[in-house]
Ligand binder design. Structure first.
Ligand SMILES: [Zn+2]
Length: 269
């Protein structure tokens, strides 16, 4: 385990260079009373604006992913509802076709029965009876199938309705989300533009390569690119800084970076 921020307070190194301990309980990110290297001071101010921008845009930045997630959910429900609906339509079509065929069989039976009265001999009579029986058998099979399909339709009907209800509810949730997202974006637009404008002015006068370093650190180091050294420890990574870096910090003639996390340092307490 490495040394934490709370260990080795008042180290020899710091008392050697005459560090003044600050007991005012200020927030870690507040600039100290002692003057800073002017560029570090500018970067520290820039950082507080960048943190402001980050907090203004954080939830807005997450909106596209959230929207995509909700759309996927809606698509999934829609596919399920369409599937139920198609199965219902298919069963309904099959039912109609069977009903038509049954009516056809009934007509055929009726015709054959009428023929029975007109036959001239027993053989013809028997043949007609046989034919009637065959049609009736087919009709019974179709009737059975048709009843099964009707039962299936009764089961599918609530499933179709439930699917449609779920899609409508999810669509409503999505619409509300989109409206809220739009409202959030437009309500923040002014504030974001204002802070970005401020940032642009503040970044003027900072050398390009230093600004570039700072931007990279801000993104990769949890929105803290500039941090204090408290009691000899970098408050970004809690590693001890070297005597040499401490001396350079106190000299305020150059921009000093933490040897471990590369953050830009200033003397805290
Ligand atoms: Zn560090």
């Amino acid at each position: 385990m490495g040394p934490g921020p709370g260990t080795n307070r008042c180290t020899l190194a710091l008392s050697d260079v005459g560090m003044r301990l600050d007991s005012s309980g200020r927030s870690r990110q507040s600039p100290p009373d002692t003057p800073l290297h002017p560029l570090v001071k500018k970067l520290l101010e820039l950082q507080s604006v960048d943190q402001e921008i980050a907090s203004l845009t954080k939830d807005i930045d997450s909106l596209p992913a959230e929207e995509a997630r909700r759309r996927r959910r809606l698509d999934e429900l829609q596919r399920g509802a369409t599937d139920s609906h198609n199965r219902f339509l298919k069963a309904e079509l099959e039912t109609r076709a069977l009903e038509k065929a049954i009516r056809g069989s009934d007509d055929e039976i009726k015709r054959q029965n009428e023929r029975l009265g007109q036959v001239r001999n027993n053989a013809e009579y028997q043949a007609t009876l046989f034919q009637i029986e065959a049609v009736r058998k087919d009709r019974d099979v179709m009737q059975e199938e048709c009843l099964k399909l009707l039962e299936q339709l009764e089961t599918l009907r609530p499933e179709v309705a439930a699917g449609e209800t779920a899609v409508a509810a999810e669509q409503k949730v999505l619409d509300e989300f989109l409206a809220e997202a739009e409202q959030l974006r437009s309500s923040r637009a002014g504030a974001i533009a204002e802070v970005r404008g401020r940032r642009k002015l503040m970044s003027e006068g900072i050398p390009e390569d230093l600004l570039h370093d700072y931007d990279g650190l801000f993104k990769t180091r949890d929105l803290i690119a500039v941090c204090p050294v408290d009691n000899g420890y970098c408050q970004g990574c809690y590693n001890k800084i070297t005597m040499n870096d401490t001396a350079r910090l106190l000299g305020k003639s150059s921009v000093v970076k933490c040897g471990s996390c590369q953050r830009i340092l200033y003397m805290g307490k």
